[in-house]
Design a protein around this ligand. Structure first.
Ligand code: SF4
Length: 198
């Protein structure tokens, strides 16, 4: 918490709807790529109703540079239809309803809940999984179970702040290959057997 006082998603957004769409677009690409596209996307189709009625070919042209543009277009249009038809155009603010939206898994839903609403939620991505396992905060491999172990370890008031900090730590210190253990503040506590201490 102290090392990453302002950790948050690098995705730029004005409201939960925009973060939800941006998070779906962020699969397999960088947040910077998404941030270049979303201002154009939301200027052209500001609401779920607008995007639900959009011509998919026009949407594809806008999201093209984020990769997998056909799948991503289909996903955000379907998502828009669901938000419009089932929730009156408003993104639901709880996990159970969020995950009923097409294309929205538990990880995406948790990012939106924690970041856009500061609700207690822990998103488990590849970084959270790797770091949690190395530190033996969990022995699980299934993201849902890892999330359960992390929920049990931390008070609910801290949940929203966990994922983005661990992701940042996983990117700058505890990388998948050659983690910077010699420069890690948790080195004394970390039981990972393959530490790289120089
Ligand atoms: S000591 Fe190494 S493996 Fe353990 S948390 Fe730090 S960087 Fe990761």
């Amino acid at each position: 918490m102290r090392r990453y006082p302002d950790a948050g998603t690098a995705l730029e957004y004005d409201d939960p709807w925009q973060l939800l769409v941006a998070t779906v677009l962020s699969a397999q690409t960088t947040d910077e790529n998404v941030n270049r596209v979303t201002p154009i996307l939301f200027a052209k189709w500001p609401s779920a109703a607008d995007l639900a009625a959009a011509d998919p070919e026009e949407v594809e042209a806008v999201v093209y540079s984020t990769g997998f543009y056909r799948q991503k277009t289909a996903a955000i249009v379907a998502l828009s239809v669901d938000v419009l038809e089932r929730f009156g155009g408003e993104v639901p603010d709880d996990l159970d309803r969020l995950v009923t939206l097409r294309g929205v898994g538990r990880k995406t839903a948790s990012v939106v809940l924690a970041e856009a609403w500061n609700r207690p939620a822990i998103a488990v991505d590849t970084h959270v999984k790797r770091v949690s396992r190395r530190l033996e905060l969990t022995s699980e491999t299934d993201p849902r179970r890892i999330e359960g172990d992390l929920r049990a370890l931390f008070p609910e008031a801290r949940w929203a702040g966990i994922s983005m900090r661990v992701i940042q730590f996983g990117r700058d210190t505890c990388m998948a290959r050659r983690p910077r253990c010699w420069d890690c503040i948790l080195e004394d506590l970390c039981p990972y057997p393959y530490k790289t201490v120089e």
